[in-house]
Write a new protein. Structure first.
Length: 531
C-alpha cells in the first residue's frame, strides 16, 4: 500500500465511508469511555504530596527527595517563574540531565500553566537547542549549573540553575500550591521535538488532557502505586520518558533515576518502560523484581516478548509522539499473537485504504488516530499540522484525527497488527517490500532474537541479525521458504549488538554504514561483523 495520493483525496474518502455505513469503526476502533481522575497531571502529583508528604518521590545516585519537599520546591520555583513574567501558555526550556532538580523544574512549569520543553544537554546538538528556543520563543531556561555554559543563551534569556535553587530548604509558606494552569481550558503540558523531514525537528504540542488520558487510566497507568518503584531510563526528550516520570509521580510511586548503567536501575524496578532495543540489552534473569514491562517505540520481536511475559505483566504498545506516548496497548500473556492491542480509553483508531475507506478485518490499511490522544499540532508549523491532522468525520463535533503513517490491520478478535511504516515500504526491483515483515521472518530462525532489515540499493536488501551466533544460512532459508525472491536479503550480517540512537531506537544510519563498509572489504553475502 502507498501513502494517500493527497490529503484532499483522503478526506473525500472519509466522507463516503461515513455515508455508506454509519459508525462502522465502533466495532473495533473505539476504546472504552473512562473519566481520568484529574484534568491536570500536576494536580495528581500535588495530591500525592498532600496525602503522603514523607514518601520518597525519587532517588538518584544516592540522593532522594520526598513528595512534600518536591511539591514545596516546585511552588517556590513557580513563584520565581511568575516573577520572571512566565504566563500560562508560555514555553519554558528544561535543558538538563536526568536528575532530581529536573523534576522540580518540570512540576513548577506546569503549576504556572506553561509548557516545559525537555532536552538532554550533552546529547542534543547546540544548533538544535538554539532552534528549539527560537521556535518556542523561550525567555526562561531551567538547567543545572554545570551545564549552563553549553546552552546558547541570548542576552534577553534568563537562566535558572535548578540544582542551586533547590539547595535552599523550603519553608512552610511554600505549601500553598500555585494555580496558574487553571486559567486555561486545556493547557499544553510539554512540547517534544521530533525529527523532521527538513532536517529540523518539529515541536509536538502535548496537552494536559492528552497526558491525563493515558497516564490516569488503565492500562496506561501500568498499575503504578505507592510502594512500587518505576525506572527512569529513557532520554528525557523522548515522549516515553513522560510515561516514566509523570506516570510515576501522579500515582505516588518512587522514581528510580538511572545513572550511566541502565541495567543497574532496571534490576531494582517494579515497573519498567522501554523500547524493545533497550529491553533487549537487559538480562531478564537479573530483573526478577520487575512486575510490569511496557514496550513501545519500535516493533517488538516475538522472542523478546515471550522471554519477559513469562514472569511479569507485559504490555506491547504503539503510538507516535503526536498521539501522546501510546494510543494502543496489548496485555501479552506469552501465548497467541503478539499485536499492538486495542485503542486505549477515550481513543479511536481507523484503518483506512488509499481512498480513505474503512478496512475490514484482515485488510491492510493506514492507521489514523482519533480521540483524546490527538495532540494540539506542531509548534510554529501550521502547514505541517494541516497535512497530518484532519477533522475527524467519525467522531465529529470538531474533533481531530492524526495520520500515523503506520500500516495495520484488524484481526478477527479486534486487535491491531502493526505492519510497519508507510516510510518503510520500499521498492526493490520494482516490487513493493515491507521491511518489518522481512525482519519478522528472520526472527523466526533458530536462536535469532532480533533482526533489522534495510534497503541497500534499488535491487538489494541488507539484514542484520542478533546475536552474532545466529545461523545466517538458517535465517536465509527461512526467508527463501516464506518470502518472495525479491524480499530475501542479499546480505545478512550477524552482529554482537544492534546499535541504538540516544532515544533507544535502532540506529539505522549506522547499520547502513556497516553494510557499506563490509561491502568494501569482501564480496561475500553471509558473514559476521562485530558491533
Amino acid at each position: 500500500m502507498q501513502a494517500f495520493a493527497s490529503t484532499r483525496r483522503a478526506t473525500q474518502g472519509f466522507d463516503s465511508a461515513v455515508k455508506l455505513e454509519p459508525n462502522p469503526w465502533q466495532r473495533f476502533g473505539c476504546g472504552p469511555k473512562v473519566e481520568p481522575d484529574a484534568k491536570l497531571i500536576h494536580c495528581a502529583i500535588e495530591k500525592q504530596a498532600r496525602v503522603r508528604p514523607e514518601a520518597i518521590a525519587a532517588r538518584h545516585q544516592g540522593q532522594s527527595i520526598r513528595y512534600g519537599e518536591l511539591n514545596r520546591q516546585a511552588n517556590r520555583l513557580a513563584a520565581v517563574l511568575l516573577e520572571q513574567g512566565v504566563l500560562p501558555g508560555d514555553h519554558v526550556a528544561l535543558f538538563v540531565e536526568r536528575s532530581i532538580p529536573m523534576l522540580v523544574g518540570m512540576l513548577a512549569v506546569l503549576k504556572v500553566g506553561a509548557a516545559y520543553i525537555p532536552q538532554h544537554v550533552g546529547i542534543t546538538p547546540v544548533a538544535q537547542l538554539r532552534h528549539v528556543m527560537d521556535v518556542a520563543k523561550v525567555r526562561v531556561v531551567l538547567t543545572l549549573g554545570e551545564l549552563a555554559q553549553a546552552i546558547p543563551l541570548t542576552p534577553s534569556q534568563h537562566c535558572i540553575h535548578l540544582d542551586e535553587f533547590i539547595s535552599v530548604v523550603s519553608a512552610p509558606a511554600d505549601e500553598q500550591n500555585v494555580v496558574g494552569a487553571s486559567s486555561l481550558v486545556d493547557p499544553v503540558c510539554f512540547v517534544l521535538f521530533t525529527s523532521g523531514t527538513t532536517g529540523l525537528p518539529n515541536g509536538v504540542r502535548v496537552t494536559q488532557r492528552n497526558v491525563c488520558n493515558i497516564l490516569l487510566t488503565a492500562p496506561g497507568n501500568l498499575g503504578m502505586r505507592p510502594g512500587l518503584t518505576v525506572g527512569q531510563i529513557l532520554n528525557i526528550a523522548f515522549d516515553m520518558a513522560a510515561w516514566e516520570i509523570l506516570g510515576c509521580l501522579a500515582h505516588g510511586a518512587t522514581l528510580l533515576i538511572r545513572g550511566k548503567d541502565i541495567a543497574q536501575t532496571a534490576e531494582q524496578c517494579d515497573v519498567l518502560i522501554a523500547t524493545p532495543s533497550i529491553l533487549a540489552t537487559l538480562d531478564a534473569a537479573r530483573c526478577s523484581r520487575v512486575k510490569v514491562v511496557a514496550l513501545a517505540g519500535e516493533p517488538c520481536p516475538q522472542p523478546l516478548a515471550d522471554r519477559w511475559a513469562a514472569f511479569c505483566t507485559f504490555y506491547n504498545a504503539c503510538g507516535p509522539t503526536e498521539t501522546t506516548i501510546v494510543n494502543t496497548m496489548q496485555h501479552y500473556r506469552g501465548a497467541g499473537a503478539l499485536t499492538i492491542g486495542k485503542p486505549t480509553p477515550n481513543n479511536t483508531v481507523y484503518v483506512l485504504d488509499e481512498a480513505g475507506q474503512l478496512c475490514g478485518p484482515g485488510e491492510q490499511g493506514e492507521m489514523w488516530a482519533g480521540g483524546d490522544c490527538v495532540t494540539a499540532g506542531y509548534l510554529g508549523n501550521p502547514q505541517l499540522t494541516g497535512e497530518r491532522y484532519q477533522p475527524d468525520p467519525f467522531l465529529g463535533q470538531g474533533r481531530m484525527m492524526f495520520r500515523t503513517r503506520d500500516l495495520g490491520r484488524w484481526t478477527e478478535d479486534g486487535e491491531l497488527e502493526h505492519l510497519g511504516r508507510v516510510d518503510d515500504q520500499v521498492k526493490v526491483r520494482g516490487f513493493r517490500v515491507e521491511l518489518d515483515s522481512v525482519s519478522t521472518v528472520l526472527e523466526s530462525a533458530p536462536n535469532c532474537e532480533r533482526a533489522v532489515t534495510l534497503k541497500l540499493d534499488n535491487r538489494h536488501l541488507v539484514a542484520f541479525v542478533y546475536p552474532a551466533s545466529t545461523d545466517v544460512e538458517a535465517a536465509r532459508a527461512c526467508c527463501e521458504k516464506r518470502l518472495a525472491y525479491y524480499c530475501v536479503p542479499a546480505l545478512i550480517l550477524a552482529v554482537d549488538a544492534i546499535p541504538l540512537t540516544s532515544r533507544g531506537k535502532v540506529d539505522k544510519r549506522l547499520l547502513l554504514e556497516w553494510a557499506v563498509a563490509y561491502q568494501t572489504q569482501t564480496t561475500g553475502t553471509t558473514s559476521q561483523v562485530p558491533a
